[in-house]
Design a protein around this ligand. Structure first.
Ligand code: NOJ
Length: 815
């Protein structure tokens, strides 16, 4: 049986004897690629079948002409130049491929990240992934992606290290969930697709990251002894052990959308996957990505995520970033697993040069497809000055930096960012229509998240005072300005004649005092606005789900005096909200990380200039302890391979878990209120094809996989009416319940469609959802195919995962 036909996790260890496995070990000498490799089979799953050789790009799906240009380019390269093309160098950008002037190739500049071009001055900070996902608005996702792409290009960055679908949000605690979109593969898939299209329409290569299973920060990299070289690993990185069905239906799903959107590159993730490092996992890179999804671009490593040379190359890795050896690439002077080792491996016959050529063809095809060979802006020299990751002193190669310094690339993006963050704001509670504010005579503002940031623009540490508008790590942005809630509220209060009675921004003081004593006024202000924040960053998982700086106690203290307490959270995502049912807490708004226009966006919502239409991209449980799938943290044994994270919850992440176990929640996935109300009626379903076999037709693979999976099979329509007092945008959501014949473990309901529709007061509109074959299929581990199960599907449409109002049934495949 061909190696790639074996599903991982499907077969017991005994039935796979003789297979070559990517195991839980790494070759100490990167170039002695011995088969079979040392094998540790980790129970019923947790191992990776080997899939070789790495498929060559064909340019299918529209890249055919660019592929020929890339092949011509490769044909002119010397072996040393070829090694340069696949190996990062420290230089002006976060990642750099050096120029080849004789071929008019000016090199590649790769820059973070998913909400801003980070290593740059005069650039915008956009709303985070989790924020923009909360809009459930394809147009917003595209606009943001396009505006970001414009800024990357104008700064001379060929490649944006954005967007993020891993982490997906398996665990509420993961430190980087906010960089990605939603704890649901469907919504994340749509967000990936539109963001990528936006980036690439602006002329910049997008990068789908982190592939795959990157669901926690703890032990994402190996631990090294103090010398920190690659040979001194004490413990390997955590292994995300994911079964075959789960990886297809949950974690691979949004990456399939990315491949279909013709994303230029994928970044493989730091951690191990079923025993072997994600950047040398042939099943993941050769098998899932290049064969099954037909991905035509290149795979780059996360920074320092390469753990071998030829073994990684044969497994599907095309570019080593940032190029140095050692933990996180710090030891650049020690060379690279790629670089000169690639030339040596080709020369001594270990590596077939045709594989190296394919790596470069994959790198250069999107470059030509996006016309990056024509008039692409130079790297802004100022980026090199502020690049702390690879300062000039670390450069080993020449970089010729020309062109205007400190270009202001922000354009007219401020108003776009303001609108997007306002549209992303989720109204969770609105008792007695406390919001929108109706020209209150007096208001008071509380909380250390309300005011100005007083510690500079870099946003890389938890700071006590100042509003929080982005998380930390490589996914943050460098603020040129940040509108605080307090300044925007003050400006608005002046316009409306509202008296801003007092501001109390010291949480410790608010918690330890009687608020009526603090304010020393006889009657409470008409509205008390409390601003709370929750920090999260790369390289650390969250330790708890509370709002930071005793935020919950701040609310209790204010609400003890003020019977109209309105809470706004600026958070990375999931929070416990113990004050949600407090009778004096009249309104709660989740604004997440809104980017640079934060204060303006929230004022637009508070005063009703924007009617909130955000909906939760995850579930808020009643208690933090209700969440399943915590990160693996407390590994106290010292064995080299002891860090194992078993994804035993399988398909049951977020609402899929709460629904499967009938666990009551505070605010469910998809929930969000408006200043108006909506109704649904007249659901109908109509087939779009004559007959529907269980298995898809086997068509030639295109980017995104078998095109038959993307074929629309049904059209579901429903009428949405604005039944309330003002104009507003509804988010009708479609959830599918699979028939009983589907293998066990299938979640009770799964999102398979949504739309956003703006309706005037009293207006009705019909919205349609196309159900594609993939939407109605499960991954069959036996046939290694997506299959539509026999029996009746229940299709429900509503305004959240637990507010499903219209239902229709359909039986695509009869027994
Ligand atoms: C590591 C992060 O995981 C990745 O997202 C980022 O793009 C690189 N560092 C470069 O900063």
């Amino acid at each position: 049986m061909a190696a790639h036909l074996l599903a991982w996790g499907l077969l017991a260890a005994t039935t796979v004897t003789g297979q070559q496995y990517d195991s839980g070990t790494r070759d100490a000498d990167a170039f002695s690629y011995v088969q079979p490799r040392n094998t540790t089979i980790l129970g019923p799953y947790g191992h990776s079948p080997a899939v070789y050789p790495s498929p060559n790009a064909t340019g299918s799906g529209g890249w055919e002409t660019a592929l020929v240009q890339a092949q011509d380019f490769v044909a002119q390269l010397s072996l040393d130049e070829k090694a340069d093309m696949v190996t990062g160098q420290f230089g002006p950008c976060v990642g750099n491929i050096v120029a080849i002037p004789r071929l008019n190739f000016s090199g590649l500049c790769l820059q973070d990240g998913p909400l801003s071009i980070r290593v740059a001055d005069y650039a915008s900070v956009f709303p985070a992934g989790v924020t923009v996902a909360s809009t459930w608005d394809r147009q917003v996702l595209y606009e943001r992606g396009f505006a970001m792409g414009q800024e990357f290009k104008a700064k001379g960055a060929h490649v944006a290290l954005s967007p993020v679908a891993g982490p997906l949000g398996r665990s509420a605690y993961s430190g980087r969930n906010w960089e990605g979109f939603a704890a649901d593969p469907y919504l994340t898939g749509v967000a990936m697709e539109h963001t990528i299209q936006g980036h690439q329409d602006a002329g910049v290569q997008a990068t789908a990251k982190h592939f795959i299973g990157n669901e926690q920060e703890t032990q994402r990299n190996p631990t090294f002894n103090s010398s920190g070289t690659v040979t001194d690993i004490i413990q390997e990185a955590v292994s995300s052990n994911i079964d075959d069905r789960t990886i297809h239906e949950i974690y691979l799903w949004p990456f399939a959308n990315a491949a279909r959107a013709k994303v230029a590159s994928f970044m493989c993730s730091y951690q191990r996957l079923n025993g072997s490092y994600a950047c040398e996992n042939s099943k993941a890179l050769n098998g899932l990505l290049k064969e099954e999804l037909g991905f035509q671009g290149y795979v780059m490593s996360d920074w320092g995520g390469t753990h071998s040379g030829v073994a990684s190359i044969e497994s599907g890795l095309d570019m080593d970033m940032p190029g140095g050896l050692g933990s996180y690439g710090t030891n650049v002077k020690a060379g690279s697993f790629f670089g000169g080792n690639v030339t040596r491996a080709v020369t001594n016959g270990t590596l077939d040069e045709s594989r190296l050529d394919d790596m470069i063809v994959r790198i250069m095809t999107p470059y030509y497809w996006l016309n990056q060979d024509q008039d692409f802006p130079s790297v802004d020299p100022s980026s090199a000055d502020i690049n702390t990751f690879s300062p000039r002193s670390s450069w080993l190669r020449e970089f010729n930096l020309t062109g205007e310094r400190s270009r202001d690339v922000r354009g007219d993006h401020g108003p776009i960012i303001r609108r997007h963050a306002a549209e992303a704001t989720i109204l969770l509670k609105n008792k007695h229509n406390a919001l929108p504010l109706k020209a209150p005579k007096t208001i008071a503002v509380f909380g250390n998240d309300a005011g100005e940031v007083v510690t500079g623009p870099l946003n890389q540490d938890v700071f006590e005072y100042g509003t929080l508008a982005a998380g930390g790590g490589s996914g943050t942005g460098r603020f040129t300005y940040l509108v605080s809630p307090l300044s925007a509220i003050s400006a608005r209060a002046q316009q409306t004649g509202t008296k801003l009675v007092q501001n109390w921004l010291n949480n410790t003081q608010i918690v330890s005092s009687n608020v009526s004593d603090l304010l020393a006024i006889p009657t409470p202000p008409e509205a008390c606005l409390v601003f709370l924040k929750t920090w999260a960053e790369e390289a650390a998982d969250r330790e708890h789900l509370n709002v930071d700086f005793n935020g919950a106690e701040v609310v209790e203290s204010v609400a003890a005096f003020c019977n109209n307490t309105i809470v706004v959270t600026h958070s990375s995502g999931i929070n416990e909200l113990p004050f949600a049912n407090h009778p004096n807490v009249t309104a709660i708004l989740a604004a997440h990380y809104p980017g640079q226009e934060s204060g303006n966006s929230i004022v637009d919502v508070l005063y009703g200039d924007v009617n909130p239409s955000g909906h939760l991209p995850y579930t808020i449980a009643r208690n933090g302890s209700d969440y399943n799938a915590p990160p693996t943290t407390a590994v106290s044994t010292t064995g080299r391979y002891d860090w194992q994270s078993w994804f035993t919850e399988r398909l049951e992440i977020d609402y899929r878990y709460f629904d499967a176990h009938n666990i009551p929640v505070l605010y469910e996935f998809g929930f969000g209120l408006s200043y108006t109300t909506f109704n649904l009626s007249n659901i109908a379903i109509e087939p779009l094809v004559d007959s529907i076999p269980s298995a898809p037709e086997s068509l030639p693979i295109q980017p995104g996989g078998n095109p038959a999976l993307w074929e629309p099979l049904y059209n579901v329509s429903v009428s949405v009416t604005n039944s309330g007092p003002v104009q507003g945008a509804a988010v009708p959501q479609l959830y599918v319940t699979f028939p009983d014949s589907t293998p066990s473990g299938t979640p009770p309901r799964q999102l398979r469609g949504f739309d956003k529709v703006l309706l005037d007061k009293g207006e009705s509109r019909t919205v349609s959802f196309e159900l594609m074959r993939r939407d109605l299929s499960y991954w069959d581990i036996v046939s290694q195919e997506w299959r539509i199960p026999e029996g009746e599907f229940v299709v429900r449409v509503g305004f959240s995962s637990r507010d499903l109002r219209e239902v229709v049934r359909v039986t695509p495949v009869s027994s």
